[in-house]
Write a protein that binds this ligand. Sequence first.
Ligand code: BEZ
Length: 211
Amino acid sequence: MSLQLGDTAPDFTAETTEGKINFYDYLGDSWGILFSHPADFTPVCTTELGKTALLQKEFAKRNTKVLAVSVDPLNQHKGWTKDINETQNCDVAFPIIADEDKTVANLYGMIHPNASTTATVRSLFIIGPDKKIKLIILYPASTGRNFNEVLRVLDSLQLTSNYSVSTPADWNPGEDVIVGTSISTEDAKKKFPKGVREVKPYLRYTPQPNL
Ligand code: BEZ
């Protein structure tokens, strides 16, 4: 049975480019992103790790720690990191796990044998401070992920975990959000002093509450 939303993220200890790391200790009370790559020294992966490095400040602003996984060995990760920094004009400052024995890949179901029996697919997990899995995305090796979308989901997850709201299709931070269906419109008007716009009894919008 593969991991699903709401499951507890499995803990592990692994060798990384930043030394031996215990996942839960590394995360502490932060949010976490654990994401896998098919292989070192490959073009799409190089751009993905570069983009993540360029967004490091954005992840930090969101109290989110990033941890990459690749089944290649540590010495390759170190050489590849130099290439990533050089070609993507960045400074990779997050750890990359050297998951040679595929412990992490297997724990998180990152190998999909009908895609490849040896390489991981592009899996990405967002893990909350409660260590529960909040998001899983899976992309094939040929398609690089959209890391601005990952930030957008983090913003939505962090907002909706603090307020009784959800975010509509294509929502971006600063735009109106949807009032939770469990709240009556009358109560919503008290709870959201910036106003409630009722389109249908089940579809009510309010300005983003934490701005
Ligand atoms: C890439 O990162 O470019 C890649 C890796 C494995 C298979 C295909 C593409």
